[in-house]
Design a protein around this ligand. Structure first.
Ligand code: HEM
Length: 269
């Protein structure tokens, strides 16, 4: 794609989708119901991380802007069906430069997004670092917790930006899955009690991955207080349930939440 061709598109990037060398039909319809996708059970969450190849830095700025315009087109096009969040990992992680978190009612819609991304002109510069999938579900243990604990859990996190995002994949042992529900519930209660003092500064979301990936859970957190997150992990490592963890992280993903335009601005430099 010639930069000049794409620069024309920059003035219309909200309404046109570009994939690779092709600029498709104008974008149709409203964005996906983000609120629903982020809050309801039965939604597929995908965490996809990518590094930019060495050739990226060698491209001149006009070409980089042209390719980033293509990125914008692909993301905007798929926002019709998928809730897409972006994170900058460059500078904080040696794992990847970029992370996409996609929530979709159908995993194949996320697949189509990632295929379009990777086959686009921008995607030619991307190397996949990792892709993980999980499913949101209704709480398994909370309904059986004492009323006071249930009420404590409802404490809203402090308002204001929580710029840091952390993703920790987890796999538990066969012993854990072999325990009866009552024993697991008691340990999850202890897990929950250990976290209460961090509810205000750490927001969390849980995805179930057994059977969809080589994991049992993807845990996702947002915070402005990384020190609190660090202390939270230390508290959880002391509870009995932690002894059933077989994989914690590997990788732990740390990045900052960014808008699409902020990502474009950073990568264009
Ligand atoms: C503010 C901090 C946190 C709170 C309030 C919290 C609370 C909870 C609650 C209530 C559950 C049970 C959900 C259900 O009923 O199904 C749960 C599950 C879980 N939490 Fe946490 N948690 C926090 C932080 C963490 C952290 C830091 C990790 C690990 C990095 C973690 C890993 C998990 C996992 C893997 C499960 C699923 C366990 C299972 O179903 O076997 N949590 N958490």
């Amino acid at each position: 794609m010639k930069p000049s061709t794409v620069l024309i598109l920059r003035t219309r990037w909200v309404s046109w989708a570009c994939v690779g060398l092709l600029c498709l039909t104008p974008l149709a319809g409203a964005a996906a119901d983000r609120e629903k996708l982020l809050n309801e059970p039965g939604v597929y969450g995908t965490f996809a991380t990518f590094s930019l190849d060495e050739e990226w830095a060698k491209e001149d700025q006009a070409t980089r802007i042209a390719y980033l315009t293509v990125l914008k087109g692909v993301v905007e096009q798929h926002r019709e069906k998928i809730a897409i969040d972006l994170y900058l990992m460059r500078g904080l992680s040696d794992h990847a430069d970029l992370m996409f978190r996609a929530h979709a009612a159908e995993l194949r819609d996320t697949q189509q997004f990632l295929v379009d991304l990777q086959t686009s002109h921008f995607g030619k510069h991307l190397k996949t670092a990792s892709i993980m999938h999980g499913l949101t579900k209704k709480a398994n243990y909370v309904p059986g917790f004492p009323d006071q604990l249930k009420a404590d859990l409802k404490v809203a996190s402090e308002p204001g930006p929580k710029p840091y995002a952390i993703v920790v994949p987890i796999r538990k042992s066969a012993d854990w899955w072999g325990l009866d529900q009552e024993k697991r519930a008691a340990m999850m209660q202890e897990h929950t009690e250990a976290t209460l003092s961090y509810l205000k500064t750490v927001k969390r979301k849980l995805y179930h991955s057994s059977g969809l990936d080589d994991l049992d859970f993807i845990t996702y957190f947002e915070t402005s207080e990384l020190e609190d997150f660090h202390s939270l992990i230390l508290s959880l490592e002391k509870v009995k349930e932690f002894q059933y963890t077989r994989r914690f992280g590997h990788p732990t993903l740390l990045g900052t939440a960014k808008s699409l335009d902020e990502i474009i601005e950073t990568l264009a430099q």
